[in-house]
Design a protein around this ligand. Sequence first.
Ligand code: CMC
Length: 438
Amino acid sequence: MATDSLTITDNRTGKTYEIPILYGTFPTYGAAIRSADLRQIKVSDDDFGLMGYDPAFMNTASCKSAITHIDGERGILRYRGYPIEQLAEQSNYLEVAYLLIHGELPSKAQHDEWVHNITHHTMVHENLKKFTDGFHYDAHPMGMMVSTLAALSTFYPASKRVTEADNRKLEIYRLIGKAITLGAMTYRHTKGLPYVSPDNDLSYTGNFMNMLWKMAEVKYRPNPILEKALDVLFILHADHEQNCSTNAMRSVGSSQSDPYCAAAGGTAALYGPLHGGANEQVLRMLRTIGSKDKIPQFIQDVKDRKALLMGFGHRVYKNYDPRARIIKRLAEQVFEVTGKNPLLEMALELERIALEDEFFVKRKLYPNVDFYSGIIYEAMGFPTDYFTVLFMIPRMSGWLAQWQEMITDTEQKIARPRQVYTGVAIRDFEPIEKRNKK
Ligand code: CMC
């Protein structure tokens, strides 16, 4: 009998089955059985066979992936094997995007070509602006992003040829390039300001800042500290393996829908307050608490299940989120330019109290990426409801890396979960007059 296997005895039948175990890079990086191997476990020939029941994918691997590794117990995050701390310190967002998508860091020539191609795909068709124009002035920016991303698909009908590598390459340039342009357009629309065209002389984040904040000056010059801070934030948000929005991107993409519509699906999933929308909720929570002396009462409300401590807890991290640690340090650099956000003191105190409280300690609830990011975004001048767009723009590269991996994975097919049916087995239809109902 192979040692890398599982022996299962079905007590209904007394039969025994041997099921192989498959591993990730190391056994500690993930060990799994194929759920399809359970199907042979039957009580009779016409039995469908055993399935795994796993609401919310609490313990189900939906794919094999070589992109991002998280060790939640130890608070480790690596893209393609590189620690997030090294990438945040030494790389830049577009280089990280290249790494996620291609699997290796680029040479100088590859880097320059990549940056050139993305920079030259930042423009959007004039007609697209009419979509943004159509939104009400107070439309939520994420709603606008979902819609304009999906609208982009109509401008590029060839994008549905997802199995063609050259086509995918072009759509990847376009989606990463245009993410900042769409993001900036939603911002300008909300403010009633004219849209700004991209400036190809600037870096990716510098260009984004230009499209957000250029007024009447001839040439916009981004503040280098804020430009760098935004770039680091983009690196930290670029990928996070099989989270809710990445799962949505993969799931929509698995039907061979084009990547614009798949990215719109990912963006819709990111919007929710339990996912990328949490950064917005953290600021609202801090404002609702109001002052430091009200924190103990708020913590009590959380423990009494009257509120959630937004920006705390994670499905995978049962330790300090390494991204939160980097963001906390980054905040100091940003505040030197912008002045300190008074909400920082509140957040620090909330963190201190929560990390000493048994409720949070027992459940291993630590600050996640969203706990401190909103405080920086607010200091930089972004409105609260815009924060999730700043998560979505860099996550585009991760979504695309995961989408491409899924499309080229010969084991993947259209995503189609099973269910355990719990409804009525069968009954005869009753005409409406015979239904004995009030
Ligand atoms: N505040 C209070 N209690 C919490 C929190 C929180 N933020 N998070 C988890 N818990 C409790 C939860 O009630 C449960 O307690 P019990 O076992 O007594 O019922 C326990 O901790 C385990 O939590 P869970 O809900 O089973 O964990 P999950 O993996 O299903 O949810 C989460 C993960 C991130 C949705 C959740 O922690 C949460 O709602 N956090 C607040 C929202 C947030 O900050 N989201 C951003 C996540 S990080 C960025 C991203 O990926 O988008």
